[in-house]
Design a protein around this ligand. Structure first.
Ligand SMILES: Nc1ncnc2c1ncn2[C@@H]1O[C@H](COP(=O)(O)OP(=O)(O)OP(=O)(O)O)[C@@H](O)[C@H]1O
Length: 272
């Protein structure tokens, strides 16, 4: 995407964002209201940008005629995931497969595989309304992956999952990220540390930092920000650097070369 701008009435949610996502698991981090959901919704083709250009799998999604082709290859778990409580897990995931125009003969096996991948095989014929919140979230992940998407967009997928499920989910993320592009917004540093190949930190509608989890952790170690985990310290240090770039340039840049190497000029470097 280049020059992406998203507005909600008078609020500018994203401003002049340039980003590209390749194969792998991309963690989207940032404070509440930073613009992560706005970014994911544009990529999912459910929100219309106010400006800029977004290309997915070679298609310009500003062109409405191309969106169908893109959507067939997308998987999307929204933050507020709507479902039909009267459906069984199998019926609901099959319904989403149908919406994604999967060939009918492939649907039953794809549904069973997706449901098994999120550890719900034994509940496949249970009604969604009878499941716990974490299980419903897993149904949401199953519907997102049922078509083996080339681009998978997950908005806070681990919210509500128990620790064992989170561990299994991260394993699934790594597996999916080996061959597809996964963009996952999360507030959990453990998700980033364990599953992400790259981190994008969003702050007030701009890109504050891009790099690997290891480089973000190294930034935290060198800058010494507050936090209980190296990535948490890196997160705080990157936000501070982004919010006070002049101060940083004068006082700290020369002594922290690692801190700047992951701030690409096209996004983080110009994000002010
Ligand atoms: N429907 C809406 N109407 C008005 N303002 C909105 C709407 N949706 C988002 N915003 C505003 O746009 C900005 C970005 O919000 P967004 O939901 O993208 O942030 P986020 O990073 O996903 O936050 P969180 O971590 O809390 O989920 C915020 O200032 C928010 O208040």
């Amino acid at each position: 995407m280049t020059g992406l701008r998203v507005r909600h009435r008078r609020t500018v949610a994203l401003d002049s964002v340039d980003l590209d996502f390749g194969t792998g698991v991309h963690g989207l981090l940032g404070p509440n209201g930073a613009g992560k959901t706005s970014l994911i919704r544009v990529l999912a083709t459910v929100a219309e940008p106010a400006g800029g250009r977004v290309e997915i799998l070679g298609h310009d999604i500003g062109d409405h005629r191309r969106r169908g082709a893109v959507r067939r290859h997308l998987g999307y778990l929204p933050q507020d995931f709507g479902y039909y409580p009267g459906f069984t897990v199998r019926e609901f995931v099959a319904y989403v497969a149908w919406l994604k125009e999967m060939p009918a003969d492939r649907v039953p096996a794809a549904v069973e595989r997706a449901v098994a991948r999120v550890g719900l095989a034994d509940r496949i014929d249970a009604k969604v309304r009878g499941l716990s919140g974490g299980m419903v979230r897993r149904v949401g992940i199953a519907q997102a992956v049922v078509n083996d998407p080339r681009v998978l967009l997950l908005d806070e997928p681990t919210a509500g999952l128990d620790p064992e499920q989170r561990v299994e989910f991260r394993e699934l993320l790594r597996e999916l990220g080996a061959s597809s592009t996964v963009v996952v917004s999360t507030h959990l540093v453990e998700d980033v540390a364990a599953a992400c190949t790259e981190v994008t930190l969003v702050d007030a509608g701009r890109i504050a930092y891009r790099g690997t989890p290891a480089s973000l952790a190294a930034l935290g170690e060198s800058a010494g920000g507050p936090g209980d985990h190296p990535i948490e310290r890196g997160y705080t240090a990157a936000l501070r650097a982004h919010r006070a770039p002049d101060e940083r340039t004068e006082s700290t840049t020369r002594t922290e070369p690692a801190a700047r190497t992951d701030r690409p000029s096209a996004s983080g470097g110009t994000a002010r």
